[in-house]
Design a protein around this ligand. Structure first.
Ligand code: GDP
Length: 197
């Protein structure tokens, strides 16, 4: 599967502002700076579709991108940024969980995790809550080019090990690098299955 077109559709501050045309959607989320914008740009092949490193602390929105006139790629604001004030965090929580729990057309959530770091509580907590609510997820390890293969493997194993405390069946995962453009074929293969089958 190759994406032929991807265009910005709209930004929404709440779920009832999201597009109403019932197309299936796949959401992307992760801690601030995890490499989400870079990954979205790599997958779609559109260079500046998602803005890289938006200013943290600023009010963030749910961004819908229409892909191949068939589905939406949804860019959700990042979590876990230490310097964000509590009021912003609370807003993020409400907006994001309203969306994740109630959006009928949401098929899958890709949770991005930086391959370089040890398992983070914010990631594990977030993924646990998705699981508890029966939301279908895949994990995407990012910035694969930044670690040696063995170190990357070790970090992935440590992360899966930590997840095992909450999950009987571990979610499937991808290993990617937007720098090296790795993992793209695998992710698009799965997306095709999810959206078109
Ligand atoms: P976002 O905040 O999650 O959208 O993250 P960005 O896509 O803006 O990336 C944050 C920083 O990490 C930027 O400086 C990117 O250039 C860098 N980055 C993102 N993906 C990769 C990657 O696969 N490899 C490397 N080496 N750097 C990356």
């Amino acid at each position: 599967y190759q994406i032929r077109s991807a265009v910005f559709s709209k930004s929404s501050a709440k779920i009832d502002q999201c597009p109403q045309d019932n197309l299936p959607e796949i959401a992307f989320i992760g801690r601030s700076n995890v490499g989400k914008s870079s990954l979205i740009n790599m997958l779609t092949g559109v260079k500046n579709l998602a803005k890289t490193s938006s200013t943290p602390g600023k009010t963030q929105l749910i961004n819908h991108y229409l892909v191949d006139n068939a589905w939406y790629l949804v860019d959700l604001p990042g979590y876990g940024y230490a310097k964000v004030p509590m009021s912003e965090k609370a807003k993020w929580e409400k907006m994001t969980w309203d969306y994740l729990l109630d959006r009928k057309t949401l098929l899958y959530v890709f949770v991005l995790v930086d391959i370089r770091i040890k398992p983070q509580k914010s990631d594990l907590d977030f993924i646990r809550k998705l699981g508890e609510n029966g939301i279908a997820i895949k994990i995407v390890f990012t910035k694969e080019d930044k670690v040696k293969t063995m170190e990357g493997q070790r970090n992935i194993m440590a992360f899966l090990e930590a997840l095992k405390e909450d999950w009987d069946i571990l979610p499937e995962y991808f290993v990617t690098s937007s720098e090296k453009r790795s993992g793209k074929v695998e992710m698009l293969g799965l997306i095709e299955e999810i959206v078109f089958n």
